[in-house]
Design a protein. Structure first.
Length: 615
């Protein structure tokens, strides 16, 4: 009998000690950032506090990577705000149009990236809104406001970095390693079952691809974690790519086993032998990659993990963002309310924040709820907890519960709860706007709350008038792009390895899964996405193995194989594979192309490429 000890984490008030440690680090970072900002008498100390709220992560690497992108985006945003205000400050309607174009362009760029790169594009919107839009009536103050915001952001970044180092914020690579190991165990179990022809459903397969590729932005943050962070990031990235290959090979083997009745026996044996070799090789590669991740050593063959970018979806998101901001600017300008530039700035900020969510409508609805809650919490802090206090230690103590609750929510694994916690922390600090001395002006507080709530309401209304690109709409675009890529897949030489191209296709499948939402497993769109992925993967691997043919193979047979792949002709691929198998003998350089062509031929013979392929 084997006894397994169940080590339960120590908890306090229902949260583990690690969560409370994160609360303490976040609070200390905020207190330090505000203290330094007050001591230096900066004009925008609230920006330092907001920087801490934005960079608050339970691990060290994620905060440092985001800090780097925050500095870069702030520099770009300040330069853009100064340029736009200087060139168009005297043209009211043209200025609104230019600002709307900036918002739309940044949204377009944000949709082409993921993780903190996407955040950097969004921050360019936020910076221009906070510096340029809020100073529409006083353009001469834009430069000073930009410099003050930049200084406050640097203080916030340094405060977070210092507190994380002093209090030993945990590294993130152990968590990444555990998640990759869990995925490896699941895929290896499926690979062993695939020998019997047990094919995974299209939805489960797509969901597993999603579980692998969703780690991509988190793995990039490992590079800033330590001196060997880039080595660990490369190992984790390579493991992620090899997991996609391992899963694809297992599924292909299961499909082949199910197609045995319609496949010549010798081709089935050739294809199965090659796939089993691939499975063993990829299994070994993943084990070595995970060991390198744990130990911080280099991998034998590092892979990049490219992100799939849909320019059509990005353009549609950018156009809609332009419309939302332009409508808000037009309405607020016609209304003629005092200080409406603050509401317009908040509209731009909320547009940027919502575009980072896979469901923009849900994000705007979350803002509609989180903004009043943040305003309420800021009011409680300012007029009930502090109530005119000027002593800094009392301010620091009073801030603790308003930091602790959102920070605890941010440790949740539920994306909705995590987003709600971060939004409340950001909105509370933004509305409270700590300054030295604190004004405690009820009228200013009410105006700030009104402007922020008005912005959230306007964005919600405009998104209902001109709805964001729907999930089915995004799926139609992604499937059309998958068909186009598959139909144009030829044997032209590119710098992208087939393994990396397969990962990029897997990212596209992941995007389709996200756009699919909570639809049922039988959704035919998921089935189509997986079919295109399987066929493209088989064609790419078959094309790559043809390069390894020995010189003794006749030029005609080599060209015939290339034509078969270029035209996605499954029958011709089986004929070429049979010819290669009969002439290969013991030479594995012929056996590998024969097996890869046999796999691709069997898959394409079952379900031909829609519309065929082109040269």
């Amino acid at each position: 009998m084997t006894l397994v000890a169940d080590h339960k984490p120590i908890t306090f008030a229902g949260f583990p000690l690690q969560a409370w440690a994160f609360v303490g680090r976040t609070w200390l970072s905020l207190v330090l950032a505000l203290y330094v900002s007050f001591w230096l008498e900066l004009g925008s100390p609230a920006s330092a506090g907001l920087t801490v709220a934005v960079l608050a992560f339970p691990s060290r690497g994620q905060g440092l990577e985001k800090a780097g992108f925050r500095v870069m985006a702030t520099v770009i945003g300040v330069a853009a705000a100064i340029t736009i205000s200087g060139a168009f400050s005297q043209t009211e309607w043209l200025l609104i149009a230019v600002l709307a174009a900036w918002v739309g362009g940044c949204v377009y760029v944000a949709a082409l990236f993921d993780g903190f790169r996407s955040y950097a594009a969004v921050l360019c919107i936020i910076t221009v809104c906070l510096i340029g839009v809020e100073q529409l009536d006083t353009p001469q103050n834009v430069f000073n406001a930009g410099m003050e915001r930049g200084a406050a952001i640097v203080i916030g970044i340094l405060s977070v970095a210092l507190i994380n180092d002093v209090f030993f914020a945990p590294d993130y690579h152990p968590a990444i390693a555990r998640r990759l190991e869990a995925l490896h165990l699941k895929i290896s179990s499926y690979a062993s079952r695939s020998m019997g022809g047990q094919a995974m459903s299209a939805f489960d397969y797509a969901s597993l691809l999603r579980a692998i590729t969703v780690l991509r932005p988190e793995i990039t943050s490992l590079a800033t974690e330590s001196s060997i962070g880039s080595t660990r990031s490369a190992a984790a990235r390579t493991a992620m790519v090899n997991l996609v290959l391992l899963l694809a090979a297992a599924r292909a083997l299961a499909i082949l086993r199910a197609s045995v009745a319609a496949t010549p026996a010798n081709m089935m044996e050739c294809a199965s032998a090659w796939l089993k070799t691939e499975l063993r090789q990829r299994e070994t590669d993943v084990v070595l990659d995970l060991a390198a991740l744990r130990q911080g050593t280099s991998v034998r063959q590092p892979w990049s993990a490219p992100f799939y970018r849909s320019h059509q979806i990005a353009a549609q998101n950018g156009i809609r963002a332009f419309i939302y901001f332009a409508l808000a600017g037009l309405l607020l300008s016609v209304a003629g309310w005092p200080a409406t530039s603050v509401s317009l700035a908040f509209v731009g900020i909320l547009i940027g924040l919502s575009v980072m969510s896979p469901d923009q409508t849900a994000a705007s609805l979350l803002a509609l709820v989180a903004v009043p809650v943040g305003c309420l919490l800021a009011g409680l802090l300012e007029f009930f907890v502090l109530d005119g206090v000027t002593a800094y230690p009392v301010l620091a103590i009073g801030l603790f519960p308003f930091v602790a609750v959102p920070a605890l929510l941010m440790t949740s694994t539920n994306p909705g709860i995590l987003s709600f916690g971060r939004s409340n922390l950001v909105f509370t600090i933004a509305v409270f706007a700590p300054s030295n001395p604190q004004s405690y002006n009820p009228q200013s507080f009410l105006f700030a709350s009104l402007f922020l709530c008005t912005a959230a309401f306007l964005l919600f209304v405009f998104q209902n008038l001109v709805p964001p690109l729907s999930g089915p709409g995004r799926i139609r675009i992604l499937l059309a792009e998958a068909r186009r890529d598959l139909s144009s897949l030829t044997r032209r030489h590119t710098q992208t390895a087939p393994e990396e191209a397969m990962f990029r296709d897997a990212v596209r499948v992941s995007q389709i899964v996200v756009a699919n939402g909570h639809s049922q497993n039988s959704n035919p769109r998921i089935v189509d996405a997986i079919r295109y992925f399987d066929q493209a993967a088989a064609l790419r691997l078959a094309s790559a193995t043809l390069d390894r043919l020995p010189a003794g193979i006749t030029l005609g047979l080599r060209r015939l194989g290339e034509d078969a792949v270029a035209n996605a002709d499954g029958v011709l691929m089986l004929h070429v594979a049979q010819a290669l198998a009969s002439t290969s003998g013991p030479d594995p350089r012929s056996a590998d192309p024969a097996g890869a062509l046999a796999v691709a031929g069997i898959l394409l013979a079952r379900e031909p490429v829609v519309g065929g392929a082109t040269r």
